[in-house]
Design a protein around this ligand. Structure first.
Ligand code: PMP
Length: 295
């Protein structure tokens, strides 16, 4: 379960510290009416952010993707550092959100850029420190139709499909939903990614994951794992599409995101490999944690 914001937490609202309880959006904020906004989650460990620059770059890319200009993206770094100190935190998941703002009467048409007043929010959720020898939590995955839009590279607030998919997975006793979709022009369905994670399979010692081609969110953890697999473990990594059948036949399956790298030991109740967290998954998890700790 995610840790809630402490009752006395401070947040950053448009560059100013505010008690979380007092920070409020207008009813006609476009983020509320149209999910018109984007977000990021950055891991702070022992007071330091992990992969800050890639998160800033991805935020800028997402803002570009929704045509929301003029946001001071670099400010999120300073705001996050300041917020960690203000809340006396060293380990946290820091959430950033940018919404297009209150644009008056509910209207599908976006206001002209000069009338857009984005709201920028930073919140820090306390987290346990990263521990070198921590044990992963293996669980099951549930394959669901990837009914999201075609711009999955944008880290959009429009999370209804992911929320529904993850809830369906949870109700089936699983820890993650695995999206599968047939893309236009193809007859075969492929696994894209998890509800809020990227998916990897290990087969015959090689690592496979969906290419970062716009049909998935380019996960920052995914990039670290691909690099670490190649550089630290000398593995072959194939960024190529794979089917559900190929996933079922894999030796290992795991999912990752900023806060986790966890094995899936069943998918749709079918056992993956020998039903235990795999050797390669555990090695990659160790080298990922080392990189977080060394950053
Ligand atoms: N895919 C999706 C759909 C996600 O929501 C996330 C996490 N927000 C990820 C992948 C993983 O991205 P990251 O490693 O940058 O947290």
């Amino acid at each position: 379960m995610p840790t809630p914001l402490p009752p006395d937490a401070t947040v950053v609202f448009n560059g100013e510290f505010r008690p979380a309880a007092d920070a409020r959006y207008a009813l006609e904020e476009r983020g509320v009416l149209f999910a018109d906004g984007v977000y990021e989650v950055v891991r702070y460990d022992r007071g330091r952010p992990f992969a800050m620059q890639p998160h800033l770059d991805r935020l800028a890319h997402s803002l570009d993707g929704i045509g929301l200009n003029g946001v001071d993206v670099e400010a999120f770094h300073a705001w996050s550092d300041a917020l960690m100190q203000r809340n006396h935190l060293t380990d946290a998941k820091v959430y950033w959100q940018v919404t297009r703002g209150d644009a008056g009467p509910r209207d599908f048409f976006m206001p002209p850029p000069e009338d857009q007043h984005a709201n920028c929010v930073v919140m820090a959720y306390p987290a346990a420190p990263v521990a070198r020898g921590s044990v992963p939590t293996p669980g099951g995955g549930l394959i669901v139709e990837d009914c999201r839009w075609t711009k999955c590279w944008i880290k959009s607030l429009m999370l209804q499909p992911a929320s529904m998919a993850k809830t369906a997975a949870k109700n089936a006793g699983c820890v993650e939903a695995i999206f599968e979709r047939a893309k236009p022009g193809t007859h075969e369905s492929h696994i894209t990614e998890g509800g809020s994670t990227n998916v990897f399979i290990v087969r015959d010692g090689e690592l496979h994951t969906h290419p970062n081609d716009g049909w998935i969110l380019g996960g920052i953890t995914r990039d670290v794992i691909v690099q670490s697999a190649r550089d630290d473990l000398g593995l072959t990594v194939r960024e190529a599409c794979f089917t559900a059948e190929e996933l079922f036949a894999a030796d290992e399956v795991f999912v990752c995101s900023t806060t986790q790298l966890n094995p899936l030991v069943t998918v749709n109740q079918r056992r993956i490999g020998d039903g235990q967290p795999g050797k390669t998954t555990l090695q990659l998890r160790r080298s990922y944690l080392e990189r977080v700790l060394a950053d």
